[in-house]
Each structure stands twice: as C-alpha cells, then as structure tokens.
Design a protein around this ligand. Structure first.
Ligand code: ZN
Length: 133
C-alpha cells in the first residue's frame, strides 16, 4: 500500500516544499524569520515599573554596602542604628528573603537586613545571589 503524497508547505511563507519529508521551511531565512516572530509574540512586555524597581533595588544594595562596606563573616551580623539608615532606603523592594526563628531577613543580592528594635542588623547571604544555586 502506498501513502498518497502529501504536499507540505513552508511554515513561514506557505510555498510548497520539495525536500525531505521532515522539511518544515524552504530555507534558513524562512526558519529564522519564523523564529524571530515567534519570539516576539511569546515575550511578555516588561512591567511599566521595571526600570524604576530595578533602580530602587540597586540603590538599596548601594546603601546596605555603604553602611558596612566589608564582607560580613558567615554566621555573624553587624548593625547600624535605625537613624543612620538613609531616608531613600526603600524596604518594599528586595531580591530574596531568608526566614529564621528570629524573624525575616530581607536581601538585596547578597546583603540582607532585619530590623531589631532601633537597629538595622546587616548580614551577608552569598547564596542568595548565586546563579548556580
Ligand atoms: Zn518559506
């Protein structure tokens, strides 16, 4: 029994294909054009506040580093009086949290803070900014 020959068409330009049975596009140009369009369609547009929020997180990180510019030894924390925290530090934006029995640490990249009484405790969390886990 022979299968009827099915005419296949290029996924991008709809021209009939004459090559191998698994051919999907006429050529690389059609393949690239198709994939480029697909990429555009599937990409979610950025949130309107994206740039501002990234800038706030970057500024928070900068403030946290300037308050204590040295690496904090693992297992230790440093602290600064609450009144030393610049007013433009924005506690609503951070990149990670770390829950402990003492409370929640908020982390910008690898520097975290926790408010304890009238102090900001500062602690380093290198694992929170590691891309390899
Ligand atoms: Zn084509």
């Amino acid at each position: 029994m022979t299968q009827p020959t099915q005419i296949r068409y290029c996924r991008q330009c709809d021209k009939p294909l004459h090559g191998r049975s698994d051919q999907i596009y006429c050529n690389d140009t059609c393949r690239n054009t198709f994939n480029k369009h697909k990429e555009k369609e599937t990409k979610t547009p950025p949130h309107p506040n994206e740039k501002q929020i990234f800038a706030i997180i970057r500024r928070n990180y900068d403030i946290l580093q300037r308050l204590y510019p040295w690496p904090i030894r693992p297992g230790r924390y440093e602290y600064v009086p609450r009144q030393n925290m610049p007013h433009h530090f924005n506690r609503n934006f951070f990149t990670a949290t770390h829950h402990t029995s003492a409370g929640e640490w908020f982390v910008c990249f690898d520097r975290g803070w926790m408010i304890v009484g009238d102090r900001y405790h500062l602690k380093d969390f290198p694992e929170k900014s590691s891309l390899t886990g």
